[in-house]
Design a protein around this ligand. Structure first.
Ligand code: OAD
Length: 231
């Protein structure tokens, strides 16, 4: 089976009702990155940061995977599909995808602010974290999210996977944020790259195949193209 590696971003969850970051009306118009997505913001006002992620978790309980997520599960019938997502939601998991790497962390987990390896899973009935909730060694719990300025622990694995792709697909990411955006440079030469996005994105390349559609429609079209031309 050929291997399809898919890099996803906020756009794949847009049709589920989760707003993207940089589109008009996106999250970064309402909040400042340095306040809610940086280690400095956490030190300055952990309550604000905790509230921000509690809101994101509450919203996640109210939404469901859309055909963009589900279509990638269907693709597993024909290809060895691996997803590298920048999203912190769990919609790929809930759709049923088998292989998922979260580059920027996961909303449904928290960890000790002192010991990175003390990671805890939140449950839908207890998704809210409070200041004063501590790890087993007595340190405050923080979101299990990769903030700006922090290392991206899953990057090495994502690069290795990208280097084994027969087909590389990018869905719903503006490719503005590095190192995630740099993954496209690790796709082996000569292997096709498909971009699914209704809008133009930061990087333009004449050799890439652009499917200018929303994720649900774009994944259907991708499926048609790659199941008829490659397997
Ligand atoms: P952006 O908000 O930067 O980009 C979203 C992309 O999705 C844009 O290119 C949109 O055109 C596209 N889009 C919008 N609606 C879509 C739809 N229905 N179907 C398909 N595409 C659609 O989001 P990301 O690129 O994911 O990091 O942002 C990358 C990182 O920046 C995030 O992981 C987050 C953010 O700051 C952290 O918080 C660390």
């Amino acid at each position: 089976m050929k291997r399809v590696v898919v890099l996803t971003g906020a756009g794949i969850s847009a049709e589920s009702g989760i707003s993207t970051f940089r589109d008009s009306g996106g999250l970064w118009e309402q909040y400042r990155i340095e306040d809610v997505a940086s280690p400095e913001g956490w030190i300055r006002d952990p309550r604000l940061v905790t509230d921000f992620y509690n809101q994101r978790r509450k919203q996640l309980l109210e939404v469901s995977p859309n055909y963009g997520h589900k279509g990638l599960v269907e693709l597993e019938k024909y290809f060895d599909v691996h997803i590298i997502t920048q999203n912190v939601d769990n919609l790929h998991e809930r759709a049923g995808s088998k292989n998922i790497i979260h580059l920027h962390g996961e909303l449904t987990k928290v960890r000790s602010e002192r010991f990175d390896n003390l990671v805890y899973e939140l449950t839908p009935d207890k998704y809210e974290v409070k200041i004063g909730d501590k790890c087993e060694r007595g340190y405050q719990l923080r979101p299990h999210i990769v903030w700006f300025g922090e290392a991206v622990p899953m990057l090495g694995e994502a690069i290795k996977l990208t280097e084994t792709a027969d087909i590389f697909v990018v869905i719903g990411t503006s490719l503005n944020v590095y190192p995630a955006a740099s993954l496209v440079h690790y796709v082996p030469e000569g292997k096709p790259i498909y971009i699914i996005d209704p809008n133009s994105i930061a990087i333009n390349n004449n050799n890439w195949h652009y499917i200018k559609k929303v994720a649900s429609e774009g994944v259907k079209e991708l499926m048609k193209i790659i199941t008829s031309t490659t397997q």
